[in-house]
Design a protein around this ligand. Structure first.
Ligand code: ADP
Ligand code: MG
Length: 687
């Protein structure tokens, strides 16, 4: 088997002693195949000479000329400055760090060959610290572009280039099987594609490689996406072999809850509820993603699903990303279910010692019907009597892998159905990749009567005006959130910023009640503060991003976000989603610190122009890329070696079809493809 040769360890290569091998290992590079799949980040073009007169800003350029001047400029920091002329123009070299010998070597009259990326300063080209070679010798131009590899400290480019070169000779002699024969549109073979990306011949359009459009990349990306789809399909197939609780209930409890509501379900909520209820009747576990923009009413859908499961005699677990949100869910669920004799438990971190043991025992004995908590619920080993359904709120906060750990928890043989909810609208492309193993339901409608939120951008310099405006609005009975943020994620620093803002606001607005909410408060303190705000005993709630997700206080109609430029779009959308939940017209004030970078401005303008989570998410994806949008670790996308989104979006549809065909018609081959790319991915995950 030719592929086996590529599994040989790199140790047998020239230049790989135990030390180097250890370093390579730490980078996840063990085998020849690993090296082949370790693709360059970019390339240097040393294949031709460029005339100084033709240099453009930032291009890779090899330049050859004669030194016309050389000297040290004394200043706070001495700088070696050299001028080189090739007959078409003059270029300035600057060395901020240099050795004496260097200064002596770069003498007037010497011929010098340089490589670097010029900057144009006042129209004149300059190189800072270029690579160079002094002397008359014939300049050695490279035949192929020079790869620049991702690397770690202590591992030089020359070592990696050398290893890649050796690996490519193995590849040429042992080309890997084309596992996709005839299933892709024409394109280079696997071996050719790999070789091309390591050593693009002179003249290749590197721009197309950098943008991911080169046929070699398309070939590899197609296979990688197919491999990914195969793994999603097999994960799905595995769940279909599991037994779940069949909840064939009349729906009496759900009906009773809905009847107590002061409103009726939107048609989108009804449709989604029936999709879920259909799934719950099956004997294989549901794996469903519920997407709905902020404020679309996902909680109620969760409650209806829970009602069916409880009616069928099984338990339900509801997990929220924060204690604060879990408390809110508990209050909501308790209010709905308790009057019907259904026991809801809030398993907060605050319940400790004996009380906790008793609570856990009650869950295990089946005396509790619905357990509400954070994901810590599943990190510690809570056992159930018969867990039929797991509801995960704000899925994006947990990560995809989390769903794997949500397996059997009950004493019986059943694997719970799973409904994950997210308000982070996931662009279709992304969900095709990241959530391909889930079914999807979408609430594409907001409850009636919602007024649009007016969003304005305000320079922080006008902070006082903002305070006055918020004060005036609150005196008319409105309530506001005031969100502070720092770049640092540290709870302590964030809390500090919020404390300062709260102090300032209460000093200025003496007649108003200012509350403070941050991550350093205990769960009880947070819950108390939220309850006071919900009961309108507080006018302005100064908070950190702890209120980002889920918090629901319909009377709050103003959202002020300080340093809005530091937030991602998804986060801003979430935060803004805390208002606009009632019938009052809402406002969102995004304060920013000038000057704004171009992308920051772009982001804030998107927020001002749109309130549609899907539009915002698509924009976010194009501004930031998928890893950032969903959180890299969550998506598993960061571990793609060649495939990129949204650049390779067009390949997805066919990747899905091919993967389905392969799994159906040739499972062995499907497995080979999956494992080839999984090996590569596992290796990469270590870098
Ligand atoms: P999200 O989807 O962001 O989790 P929530 O479930 O918190 O939204 O619901 C937002 C608000 O809308 C809540 O105050 C909830 O009571 C209310 N709500 C939910 N469904 C409806 C409906 N069909 N009609 C009117 N209000 C609704
Ligand atoms: Mg919610």
């Amino acid at each position: 088997m030719p592929t086996d040769i590529l599994q040989l360890p790199l140790q047998q290569f020239k230049g790989v002693g135990p030390k180097v091998f250890e370093k390579l290992n730490a980078m996840g590079l063990r085998t020849i195949e690993d090296m082949l799949f370790h693709f360059p980040l970019r390339y240097q073009d040393k294949t031709r000479l460029t005339a100084i007169g033709e240099l453009r800003e930032g291009m890779d350029a090899v330049v050859r000329g004669t030194i016309r001047a050389s000297g040290i400029a004394r200043g706070r920091r001495p700088t070696l400055i050299v001028k080189v002329d090739d007959g078409t123009g003059l270029i300035t070299l600057r060395f901020f760090h240099f050795r004496r010998a260097q200064a002596l070597q770069l003498k007037v009259g010497e011929i010098i060959t340089l490589f670097g990326q010029p900057r144009l300063v006042g129209g004149q080209p300059e190189f800072a610290h270029p690579e160079y070679q002094v002397g008359e010798r014939e300049t050695q131009l490279e035949e192929a572009l020079t790869p620049v590899y991702p690397t770690t400290e202590g591992m030089g480019q020359s070592t990696l280039r050398n290893l890649a070169r050796q690996a490519l000779t193995y590849l040429a002699k042992n080309p890997p099987d084309d596992l996709l024969e005839g299933r892709l549109k024409e394109g280079p073979s696997m071996a050719d594609a790999i070789a091309l990306l390591h050593q693009p011949p002179a003249g290749v359009n590197t721009q197309s490689i950098l943008e991911g459009r080169h046929p070699a990349q398309l070939r590899l990306a197609s296979e990688e996406l197919i491999a990914h789809q195969i793994s999603m399909l097999s994960r799905r197939a595995r769940t279909l072999q599991l037994q779940s609780a069949r909840a064939v209930a009349a729906g009496k409890i759900a009906k009773a809850i809905i009847e107590t509501l002061p409103f009726s379900l939107t048609s989108a909520q009804k449709r989604v509820c029936s999709e879920i209820v259909e799934d719950l009747k099956k004997s294989t576990p549901m794996l469903r993603l519920l997407q709905g923009d902020v404020g679309s009413g996902k909680t109620l859908v969760a409650a209806v699903s829970a009602a069916h499961m409880v009616e069928a005699g099984h338990q339900v677990a509801l997990m929220a990303p924060t204690e604060l949100l879990s408390e809110q869910h508990f209050r909501g669920f308790n209010q709905w279910f308790e009057p019907l004799g259904i026991k809801v438990l809030w398993l907060t971190g605050q319940i400790k010692g004996k009380a906790r043991r008793e609570a856990l025992a009650a869950v295990e004995e089946g005396k509790i019907d619905i357990v509400v908590g954070t994901h810590a619920l599943f990190q510690e080993h809570v056992s159930f009597d018969s867990l039929g359904l797991v509801l995960v709120d704000e899925q994006h906060r947990f990560g995809v892998n989390q769903r794997l750990s949500l397996t059997r928890r009950g004493k019986d043989d059943i694997t719970p159905h799973q409904l994950t909810m997210t308000a982070t609208p996931i662009p279709r492309t992304l969900s095709m990749v990241a959530y391909a193993d889930l079914d999807c339901s979408v609430i594409d409608e907001l409850p009636p009567g919602r007024k649009p939120i007016t969003t304005v951008l305000i320079d922080t310099a006008r902070r006082q005006q903002v305070i006055d405006r918020v004060g005036a609005a609150c005196r008319e009975g409105r309530q506001a959130y005031w969100v502070c943020a720092l770049i640092e994620e540290s709870d302590a620093l964030q809390a500090n910023a919020a404390e300062i803002a709260a102090a300032q606001l209460s000093e200025t607005l003496t007649d108003l009640k200012v509350g403070l909410l941050h991550g350093r408060l205990s769960a009880d303190e947070k819950a108390e503060m939220m309850a006071a705000f919900a009961a309108n005993r507080i006018d302005i709630l100064v908070a950190t991003t702890v209120i980002e997700v889920g918090v629901d206080v319909p009377n709050a109609s103003m959202m002020i976000i300080e340093n809005a430029e530091r937030f991602g779009l998804a986060q801003l959308h979430q935060l803004r989603g805390r208002v606009g939940r009632g019938a009052i017209e809402s406002h969102c004030l995004l304060m920013y610190q000038s000057p704004l970078s171009q992308t920051a401005r772009q982001r804030l303008v998107v927020m001002r122009e749109s309130q549609d989570g899907f539009v915002i998410a698509e924009k976010d994806l194009s501004i930031r890329g998928p890893g950032e949008v969903l959180g890299t670790r969550q998506t598993g996308l960061s571990s793609f070696r060649v495939a990129r989104l949204p650049e390779h979006e067009a390949l997805l549809e066919s990747a899905q079809t091919v993967a389905e065909e392969l799994v159906r018609d040739d499972p062995k081959r499907a497995e080979q493809i999956e494992s080839r790319w999984t090996r590569a991915r596992e290796a990469f995950a270590h870098v």
